[in-house]
Design a protein around this ligand. Sequence first.
Ligand code: APR
Length: 309
Amino acid sequence: MLNRITVVGAGNVGATTAQRLAEKELARQIVLVDVIDGVPQGKGLDLWESAPIEGFDSRLVGTNDYAATENSDIVVITAGIARKPGMSRDDLLNTNAGIVKQVSEHVKRSSPNAIVIVVSNPLDVMSWVAMKTTGFPRERVIGMAGVLDTARFRSFIAEALDVSVRDIQAMVLGGHGDTMVPLLSYTSVSGIPVTQLLDKAKLDAIVQRTRGGGGEIVKFLKTGSAYYAPSSAAVQMCEAIAFDQKRILPCAAWLQGEYGHEGIFLGVPCKLGRSGLEQILQVTLTDEERSALAKSADAVREPMAAVSL
Ligand code: APR
């Protein structure tokens, strides 16, 4: 069990993340931080009061003050505004860049050794804002997107085949947007290539639904964006780090030449352990996948260039 995990942003994603972290007892203390007076305190207390029923000993604390977050082992950044219908993730760019920058300055001062997991959107650009502002090495700034996109992809495949989600292995790479790259060549059902079980038209439809997976939820909710699956994904990354699991998960990592790209965050297969990002795995891609990844990288570079830090 880690000593302390901080979740910044006590909104939908942040509060649900804190709940899942506590129920899995990933740290002795889970600190929820927000700028709104009373919200992190109220949600933190409410969650803590569920502990006797759920049977967890992680202590939840809500605060507006980073003093309570000192020396966190992991900081999950969910602060920012969420999408409304008709908005793309890039529409959040400048507002969230300012917020993530401010949060990262606090994290740098109060938890200089933390591993930062970025959830705020547009994800790949916000991960860069966090890395640049904290000055932390790439091993300690990781973006949450691929685990979520892959979970959506896996759930749609399981639904189409009427099989357990547990038996779907898959990997979605690239940026967290419409250009993400679900790797059909590495998607299997208990080792059986998915292309043997679903025809091209069905697979294409699933790929498209995965790309628009976040938007599908926004359209239903109307007042905000997804948070159950995003919080599950962030917590799976925390778990891999807390227990030094060396899990291979698709995460947004700062590329230094891997897959032919550098100077951007992009979703790639990562090994996560107690030191954070321990390795980027470079797998062989088909020509189609490689060019889709290049297109996705361009889609990340463009909003990045629009942010001045
Ligand atoms: N410091 C801390 N918290 C902040 C700050 C800040 N500087 N600015 C805003 N917040 C808080 C808000 O007060 C709010 O409570 O961030 C919270 C965001 O919560 P929601 O509006 O419910 O948004 P949520 O659905 O949780 O999404 C948060 O995660 O998935 C992404 O695209 C999503 O960027 C969005 C983020």
